[in-house]
Design a protein around this ligand. Structure first.
Ligand code: NA7
Length: 553
């Protein structure tokens, strides 16, 4: 095995790999991938563009950033000791606690010495004769890797809207997905937040008290419901510890990857009175249970969905004191669950503060950003700070910007010109030895659970290759087509998200409208993985390359 510490320092062009497994990205998936690769005896190195561990949870450090999956269901399950020794303080941890946890994991499993920070990948080119990836990091470091695992995340490329004058603004401006490590001082400042997706609705209540004024620019209202966070009390801590195995069993087998039990009744099985009581329980339930434990027909029967929405509308009108603001906060163009629903702490309440104003961009669109503020068709408002909570180039954004060149120099962005084509959301034809867990077609529920399944499959595959002396693997085109067609076909049906969602690429001008999640869900992912194993990897072309030194120990 190669010493990965030496590997990054070398720039020669030997044909043998410097490292068996090169992981890109120190987010939740990349850390797990590194751990598993080392555990299996491969040499492994991880490159991370940021200065620290965390990936999405490193960059999204804006005030209010927080899990909306329960902390212990989003966390790692590969080590009972880790699960038992780390006490999450809250059911839905905030970003600082998440970052501390991920650093703890990295140090506890001695992974940091295999990681290099501030190391952005400029290009990754497949070298056919040696069956290696030639990866250029920063200007001139070349790493030759037998396998590359791009755990680059779905929410890693921030999207800034093409608003005229954005560069002319003379105050401070930040994107929620590229928040600075040094905390932003909001005290006494006039602040604008543009965007009311999951990030915008988290940041608004978190800064409302500190700022002199806060203007929220909303283009589309979202169906926000309470997160219902709470500290984890000592009894709950003890129960979590005692129930590690059953928790794992549920999380590793449930379709959603959550602990929330699935409901067994459809909306109109219940009387009106029962439905109201049920909606009340849903409103007070934690996080995603409003989606996963709601009536079984919520996402299938428009009448069922409309009734739940009507309940939320009543709540919005009940919380927000100004009726005109309340009306603007009520979504008009999509049903609950058609877009990714945000879960909030005090979002609607924030609009009752005298220093918080809502601007509806459907009524008064942005004309331009000026040196001193934002001008809409209703005139200009002055600001000291602009916060862009305007989302990401979801799913494919990072992978298509990495300079990935596969067989015959094919660019990944060309292969995916009409949207991603993948097998299991893990590999693409023409790109041997490249895996991208947690990328397009990966998840359809609690992300780490899905991405963990993918990493486990990658590791089984690498061990299989090593055992049989293969040094390259490429998915057959028929298998890629079969999986991709399934994704597209099933994406047209509920419970997939609607076509206006960024899960279809709808938020990025010019991006192909193709489904970016796994519409088959976890059962399909796991059944296909089982099929691959049962069929002895016949979905793949496995090869031995004469010029190369195999990655076997
Ligand atoms: P989202 O959910 O993509 O939200 C982006 C928001 O920015 C959304 O409200 C957009 O309005 C708004 N937006 C985008 N472009 C513009 C322009 N040009 N003008 C005004 N407003 C605009 O990203 P988030 O960061 O909030 O959440 C991403 C994920 O992070 C989330 O799903 C969780 O998994 C965590 P639109 O709806 O497009 O009208």
């Amino acid at each position: 095995m190669t010493d990965p510490e030496q590997a990054v320092a070398r720039t020669d062009d030997r044909l043998a790999p410097d490292v068996d497994v090169l992981v890109v990205g120190a987010g939740i998936t990349g850390i797990y991938q590194l751990y598993r690769a080392l555990e299996a005896g491969f040499s492994a190195q991880l490159l991370e563009a940021g200065a620290g561990v965390g990936g999405t949870w490193y960059w999204n450090r804006y005030p209010g950033a927080r899990f909306d999956s329960e902390s212990y269901t989003y966390a790692y399950l590969f080590s009972k000791e880790l699960f038992e020794e780390w006490e999450w303080r809250e059911h839905f941890a905030g970003q600082p606690e998440i970052e501390r946890y991920l650093n703890h994991v990295v140090d506890r499993f001695d992974l940091r010495r295999h990681m290099r920070f501030g190391a952005a990948v400029n290009s990754a080119v497949w070298d056919e004769p040696s069956a290696t990836w030639s990866v250029v990091v920063d200007p001139d470091t070349v790493i030759r890797a037998r396998f590359m695992v791009a755990a680059t995340g779905n929410l890693s490329v921030p999207y800034y809207p093409d608003v005229p004058g954005r560069a002319d603004f003379e105050g401070e401006q930040y994107h929620t997905g590229r928040w600075p490590v040094t905390p932003v001082d909001f005290a006494g400042k006039r602040v604008a937040v543009v965007g009311t997706g999951s990030s915008g609705v988290q940041v608004v209540p978190a800064i409302a008290e500190q700022v002199a004024s806060l203007t929220v620019y909303q283009r589309t209202a979202n169906w926000c419901t309470p997160l219902n966070n709470a500290p984890i009390n000592p009894d709950e801590q003890a129960r979590l510890r005692a129930e590690f195995e059953p928790i794992c069993e549920t999380l590793q087998t449930s379709a959603s990857g959550f602990l929330h039990p699935v409901h067994d009744r459809a909306t109109f099985d219940d009387s009106e009175e029962e439905r109201r009581a049920f909606y009340e329980r849903m409103w007070n339930s934690p996080g995603f249970s409003k989606l996963t434990s709601n009536y079984t027909d919520l996402l299938f029967d428009p009448a069922a969905n409309a009734e739940w929405c009507e309940f939320i509308v009543e709540r919005i009108r009940g919380i927000v004191e100004d009726p005109a603001t309340a009306e603007r906060l009520i979504p008009k163009d999509h049903r609950f669950g058609e877009k990714r629903p945000p879960f909030v702490i005090g979002y609607y309440e924030a609009f009752n503060r005298p220093n918080v104003t809502l601007v509806d961009l459907k009524e008064t669109p942005i004309v331009r950003v000026t040196a001193g503020g934002i001008e809409t068709t209703d005139g200009e408002r002055p600001f000291d700070v602009l916060v862009w909570a305007t989302g990401f180039d979801y799913g494919t954004g990072a992978l298509t910007r990495m300079g990935i060149r596969g067989r015959n120099g094919e660019a990944l962005e060309d292969h995916w010109a009409d949207g991603p084509a993948t097998f299991l959301g893990i590999l693409s034809t023409g790109f041997p030895n490249l895996f991208f867990p947690g990328g397009p077609h990966a998840a359809a529920g609690n992300n780490p659970r899905y991405n963990g399944d993918q990493v486990d499959f990658i590791m089984d595959t690498l061990v299989h290759l090593r055992r049989h002396g293969y040094d390259s693997i490429e998915v057959e085109q028929a298998a890629e087509e079969r999986w991709t067609n399934m994704i597209d076909r099933w994406a047209a049906k509920p419970p997939s998200f609607g076509r206006s969602s960024y899960f279809f690429g709808a938020n990025i001008p010019g991006k192909p409208r193709r489904y970016l999640l796994n519409s088959g869900g976890r059962p399909k992912l796991l059944s296909m993985i089982a099929e691959v194993r049962d069929n002895d990897y016949r979905a793949f072309r496995l090869a031995r390359t004469p010029d190369s030194t195999a990655a076997t120990a």
